[in-house]
Write a protein that binds this ligand. Structure first.
Ligand SMILES: NC(=O)c1ccc[n+]([C@@H]2O[C@H](COP(=O)([O-])OP(=O)(O)OC[C@H]3O[C@@H](n4cnc5c(N)ncnc54)[C@H](O)[C@@H]3O)[C@@H](O)[C@H]2O)c1
Length: 243
């Protein structure tokens, strides 16, 4: 029960890694506020997890939506210990044909949304006197193997993490980035088999990651076992890239 009595906020918790993260923290004793842009999906997905999960609607790309959830957290629990910024979106666009709206959406959710949750969650943690923020980037940010908006947003998450890790350290808040490689989630299910097989061929461990394997890293980074780690990129990618 590593996270007993902690309050944990997880974004994009209706499926994939976000749902695995929510499950992991509940199993380790936390109260989890599981948010997603799709309320019905997050309610259904977390229904079996019991009364330690509060499923709420939140569009992380809208600062008012994020603020309103944080207000609810403060009212209900009076504190916040962990933020896991997992929600993300992709879009398949060749660079020269990238429409403005696709650029704005991918940056708006993956980077600006992460910023809103860090800022609003960070304010609550500052009041508590400590906490942990875990942001999710992607190996694509380092390899460049992905659409421009996605790679730019995920590289931006790393810079954001480093800056706020320095600034929030005196408040006892640690901030780190998990950098997953290809992971077996609904996001990957949309990709043609041929591409998936090509990706797997480049992974020394010979398979995609599982969402639970990312959740374990999040749990570690939120725990006292990582008490001297802040501002870092932690890769979980089967050895496909070295940061
Ligand atoms: N799956 C992979 O191979 C992989 C690899 C590297 C990084 N990542 C990153 O890991 C994270 C999780 O990926 P996944 O594969 O589980 O994704 P997924 O698409 O399976 O799930 C993402 C969830 O985020 C929610 N979401 C989307 N926009 C939102 C918004 N504006 N506000 C709140 N919720 C929103 C979706 O409704 C969905 O439930 C993402 O940030 C993704 O970019 C994934």
């Amino acid at each position: 029960m590593k996270h007993k009595n902690k309050v944990v906020f997880v974004t994009g918790a209706a499926q994939g890694m976000g749902l695995a993260v929510a499950k992991k923290f509940v199993s380790e004793g936390a109260s989890v506020v599981a948010v997603d842009i799709n309320l019905e999906a997050v309610e259904t997905a977390t229904a079996a997890l019991g009364e330690n999960v509060l499923a709420l609607a939140c569009d992380i790309s809208d600062s008012l939506s994020v603020r309103s959830v944080m207000d609810k957290i403060e009212e209900r629990y009076g504190r916040l210990d962990v933020v896991v910024n997992n929600a993300g979106v992709g879009s398949v666009d060749a660079f020269l044909d990238t429409p403005d709206e696709h650029w704005q959406r991918v940056i708006g959710v993956n980077l600006t949304g992460t910023f809103f949750c860090c800022r609003e969650g960070g304010r609550l943690m500052h009041k508590n006197g400590g906490g942990a923020i875990i942001n999710i980037s992607s190996t694509a940010a380092v390899s460049g193997e992905g659409p421009s908006h996605y790679c730019a947003a995920k590289a931006g998450v790393m810079g954001l993490t480093r800056s706020i890790a320095r600034e929030l350290a005196p408040s006892g808040v640690r901030v780190n980035t998990i950098v997953p490689g290809p992971t077996n989630t609904p996001m990957m299910a949309d990709i043609p088999d041929e591409w998936t097989n090509q990706m797997i061929a480049g992974i020394p461990l010979g398979r995609m990651g599982e969402p639970d394997e990312i959740a374990s890293v999040a749990s570690f980074l939120a725990s006292d076992e990582s008490s001297f780690i802040t501002g870092q990129n932690i890769a979980a990618n089967g050895g496909m890239a070295f940061l």
